[in-house]
Design a protein around this ligand. Structure first.
Ligand code: FES
Length: 313
């Protein structure tokens, strides 16, 4: 027997959300979705949520359970019961609840559409299918498994503070086409994805990959787009300059040159940008946190250089 503590919301009846508790004997091997269905069918028919395939394919049953997004039909309920014999269910995060566990996916789809999620082929349509080697397919294989459930979008830490961020699902979808050997727009795509709100605004927390119920793992896909952007020479933005400055600093001295990295990231000719760093510089100085002016290499710098050399080769 477990308590299902479910966040309810029906703006037609009550403006504020509230939690309601239901007691349910969890049947052996029941999924979380099975339990939600039991509650709806036997205890309260007004409980509202999305579901369709019950097989972790359609992506519609994603909810938050005990604070983290998951697919309700993919997880056994007994494994989600906490120390208080409770499972807490809430709607996905970073999207507006419409009713109970149903959220408004409009911003999610708007962002997916922004990355032009379709092939822009190199050649006119062939008579039959466009061929792709197995090796080329493997580049986009993982991203192809995304079922657009929104679990990654829900738990993305960047989206919590920046609505403008494209988000992990749209960026994973973008990698599906950036990496496609049959697409003609790789450079244009990575240029657009390097704009504010794109790949470089990811904070590298990796939460999206933790929550992804499929092998799509958006954080890995975002890193792959970053690599392609750097390889394609799309360096004229703060994120790319930061990555390159970081890389060069470690390569030179084995250490981060914390005086140089902010300046190089902002761009050495970007006067307004550099001036915007001044207040934080002053605050750091006042708190005694300014890094040493003379940058020293670590003792094992030759080992570091050897690693870089081997990677280059
Ligand atoms: S109901 Fe389709 S993924 Fe869960």
């Amino acid at each position: 027997m477990a308590t299902f503590r479910i966040k309810r919301f029906n703006p037609e009846k009550q403006p504020e959300p509230y939690y309601e508790e239901f007691q349910l004997d969890i049947p052996p091997a029941a999924t979380l979705l099975d339990c939600m269905n039991q509650i709806k069918w036997t205890l309260d028919g007004s409980l509202t949520y999305r579901m369709s395939c019950r097989s972790a394919i359609c992506g519609s049953c994603a909810v938050k359970s005990n604070g983290h997004a998951l697919l309700a039909c993919q997880r056994q309920a007994e494994h989600l019961v906490d120390d208080n014999d409770t499972i807490t269910l809430e709607p996905l995060g970073n999207m507006k609840p419409i009713k109970d566990l149903v959220v408004d996916f409009t911003p999610f789809w708007d962002k997916v559409n922004k990355v032009k999620p379709y092939l822009q082929p190199k050649e006119a349509p062939p008579e039959k299918e466009r061929h792709q080697s197995q090796e080329a397919f493997l580049v986009i294989d993982d991203a192809s498994t995304c079922i657009m459930c929104g679990a990654c979008y829900s738990d993305c830490n960047t989206l919590e503070v920046d609505d403008n961020f494209l988000g992990p699902a749209a960026l994973a979808k973008a990698q599906r086409f950036v990496g496609d050997s049959r697409d003609s727009q790789t450079l244009e795509r990575v240029k657009e994805l390097s704009e504010p709100g794109g790949i470089w605004d990811c904070t590298h927390c990796g939460e999206c990959s933790e929550r992804c119920p499929k092998p799509a793992r958006p954080f890995e896909r975002i890193k792959e787009i970053m690599t392609v952007a750097l390889e394609q020479g799309v360096h004229n933005n703060t994120g790319a300059r930061h990555a390159l400055s970081f890389f060069n600093s470690v390569k030179r001295s084995g250490n981060l040159n914390e005086n140089r990295i902010p300046v190089e990231s902002m761009g050495i000719f970007n006067i307004p940008g550099l001036l915007s760093l001044l207040p934080i510089g002053v605050r750091m100085f006042l708190k005694g946190k300014v890094p040493p002016v003379i940058h020293h290499s670590i003792e094992e710098v030759d080992d570091v250089k050897r690693i870089f050399k081997e990677l280059d080769q």
